[in-house]
Design a binder for this molecule. Structure first.
Ligand code: FE2
Ligand code: FE2
Length: 359
């Protein structure tokens, strides 16, 4: 059962247990005393959990799409909003002993990772009945057969193994030496979530369960791609010896999480591309090109997230930031220096998934 043996194959059908299989590790991953998923091979290289079959399976499904001449969905990196506070701002705060905003940001990230487990609760409709073309041997056919479950386990841990939630907490605690975590982080996040209204359905002619599942997959794909900015930020801040108590270990931990996200991005874009290459049945007996639906959903989500996320990250932090700065010798000067380092960014005018572009 080696990765090499499988990666050379073009096998398209897998059992659920196979997609959840991690294989053997020479050494486990320990995150601040918490046994986590994944581990190290004989050469000391990190290998992500549940990838021994999942990784070659995704590669085989992507190769099949390529053979059919179907494009693979790609989210443009220039749409990725900058992290707030950015690396320079974060280092500045930590150098002045203002740790609360960074601890808060890292705690939000760990909580969001844990929320990722909701993917296992997504209802998967009878895809074979709702998609005109056959779906055997695709990522789509394996969503319920291991892909969603593997994703959920990676994010929030499984049984006695920690996942990304615990790994981010460990990176935070290593770099900032087990800081005091503000007690209101989760509450504030919940408040904002509750204030969101459910958007109206963009494709009411589709089966509602199908539409919801595809919308969630598109949303998670965008979040996973944009998380790359958070990983970059985390590795640079927590890996900075000027402000981190364990620069190597903390940055390595974030690097392991980052590696684990690859299969998430890849299976989601594969399954959405498979839909994009097919035809969907509508509830009134007609059909709709899958491409119209996938592009429409991605456009909507990208527009929403690129305009609201920078503001939300700022709002999350701003109030507590000013409060936390009061511990610095000269808060006004520090705030001015902090604001001067802010990244100027506005979302690009087009997402690349506009209905006209898809036509
Ligand atoms: Fe994650
Ligand atoms: Fe993920």
């Amino acid at each position: 059962m080696s990765v090499a043996a499988d990666s050379a194959s073009d096998r398209l059908v897998y059992r659920r247990e196979e997609l959840l299989e991690s294989g053997r590790y020479a050494a486990p991953l320990d995150a601040g005393g918490v046994r986590c998923h994944g581990g190290f091979d004989d050469t000391g290289a990190y290998r992500s959990p549940r990838t021994i079959h999942r990784a070659p399976a995704i590669a085989a499904w992507q190769a099949r799409l390529a053979r059919a001449g179907a494009p693979l969905v790609a989210i443009p990196r220039e749409l990725m909003p900058p992290q707030y506070p950015n690396v320079e701002q974060s280092v500045l705060l930590l150098e002045h002993g203002v740790r609360d905003p960074i601890v808060r940001t890292l705690t939000i990230v760990s909580i969001v990772e844990g929320f990722g487990a909701i993917i296992r609760d997504v209802r998967v409709p009878d895809l074979a009945a709702l998609v005109v073309e056959p779906i055997e041997g695709t990522a789509l056919a394996h969503l319920r057969e291991g892909l969603f479950e593997a994703h959920a386990r990676d994010e929030s841990g499984w049984k006695d193994e920690g996942g990304h939630k615990q790994m981010w907490e460990a990176a935070r605690d290593l770099a900032l030496e087990k800081p005091k975590v503000p007690g209101d982080v989760l509450l504030r996040m919940m408040g904002r979530q509750a204030a969101r209204r459910r958007p109206e359905r963009p494709f009411p002619q589709l089966d509602e369960t199908l539409e919801r599942m595809l919308a969630l997959m598109a949303q998670v794909l965008v979040v996973e791609v944009f998380a790359e900015g958070t990983f970059e930020w985390g590795m640079r801040v927590l890996g900075d010896p000027r402000v981190s108590a364990a620069p190597e270990a903390a940055a390595a931990m974030v690097g392991h999480i980052r590696a684990d996200e690859r299969p998430h991005v890849e299976y989601l874009r594969t399954a959405l591309s498979e839909i994009g290459a097919r035809t969907l049945r509508t509830v009134d007996g007609g059909t709709l090109p899958g491409r119209t639906v996938v592009d429409g959903l991605l456009h909507r989500i990208l527009r929403e997230i690129t305009t609201t996320r920078p503001r939300e990250q700022r709002d999350d932090l701003r109030e507590s930031l000013v409060e936390a700065m009061k511990t610095a010798p000269n808060p006004a000067v520090l705030l001015e220096a902090f604001d001067a380092l802010e990244t100027c960014w506005s979302p690009p005018a087009a997402t690349g998934f506009e209905p006209a572009a898809a036509a």
